[in-house]
Design a protein around this ligand. Structure first.
Ligand code: PEP
Length: 293
């Protein structure tokens, strides 16, 4: 069954890649590419924190000028977080998952409208834990990303190779396939580049304490930006944010953030600690716009 599923997914990816190459995904209007990309740092709290811990986190958080900060708590904590932030706070809220249907018999799920109601602006889509532990497929990821954008939620689409894929030299094939599949449902014209974020999250780096080197992260993100340019055009692609995720810490963030295609971070473990997360925000703020590609 798993083999069959893998084969079906591979065929779907190939068809999608052909569609993309044929120009079926036409670019929308070009954005103002003279404007530098605003770094974005998103915290993925996964299944951590109580309401009291959420309030304590907010009290200790230090924002960084010029960095868009996104906090993605468990969905039930979105209203708690919204209430804990000072009025007019620039911090954006995000969800960790969404269902692509608007409503229905989907026990345990949340729709885009529900997440928007709860205060979310962003939603993480296709996280490797959702793919590996909850059987989320490329097709699901595509439907979620499309539903989010239609509803006015900004998807943070995660892609990344497993260790065996990296070791067998399949990294770029996997990244291309996941990215192309995830974006198929978007159609034309292309969405607002500020509303779509792609995170490179090598599975072997997530929660392992072993981050990708700055060179590995840059290489993968440059590859993704070039593939996005094939789909949506260079001008559009220069306006969108690409994140690195996988054991990002206060220590490794400065070197990673100095890479031309690293526009910020998706942070798991280190985002639970307000000091560590604030230091990552500061590292993203120190990024010089002139290094961006
Ligand atoms: C993540 O889960 O998206 C992640 C990047 O986790 P960590 O930072 O803990 O590796």
């Amino acid at each position: 069954m798993t083999d069959l599923r893998a084969k079906v997914e591979r065929v779907v990816r190939e068809v999608i890649a052909d569609l993309a190459a044929s120009g079926a995904l036409r670019p929308g209007p070009a954005p103002d590419t003279a404007a530098p990309r605003t770094p974005l740092v998103a915290a993925n709290w996964k299944m951590h924190k109580s309401a009291a811990e959420t309030r304590a986190f907010v009290a200790k958080l230090r924002l960084a000028e010029g960095v868009e900060t996104v906090l993605c708590p468990p969905a039930v904590l979105l209203p708690v977080l919204a209430a804990a932030l000072p009025p007019g706070s620039p911090v954006r809220l995000g969800a960790q998952n969404v269902h692509f249907e608007a409503q229905g018999a989907f026990t345990g799920e949340h729709s885009c409208a529900m997440l928007l109601d709860a205060g979310a602006t962003y939603v993480v889509v296709g996280h490797s834990e959702r793919r590996a532990l909850f059987g989320e497929t490329d097709h699901d990821v595509a439907r979620k990303a499309a539903a989010a954008l239609r509803a006015g939620l900004r998807p943070i689409v995660c892609v990344g190779e497993r260790l065996a894929e990296r070791e067998s030299g399949a990294t770029f094939r996997v990244l291309r396939a996941q990215l192309t599949a995830a974006l198929t449902g978007l159609g034309a014209p292309a969405p607002d580049p500020a509303a779509l974020v792609v995170a490179y999250e090598p599975v072997w780096a997530i929660g392992t304490g072993r981050n990708a080197t700055a060179a590995q992260a840059q290489e993968a993100l440059a590859f993704l930006r070039d593939r996005l340019a094939e789909l949506f055009g260079h001008a559009w692609t220069r306006g969108m944010r690409l994140l690195y995720g996988g054991s990002a810490t206060a220590k490794n963030a400065p070197e990673l953030a100095a890479q031309p295609d690293v526009d910020g971070f998706l942070v798991g473990g280190a985002s639970l600690d307000p000091e560590a997360f604030s230091a990552i925000l500061a590292a993203a703020a120190a990024r010089r716009p002139e290094v961006t590609r």
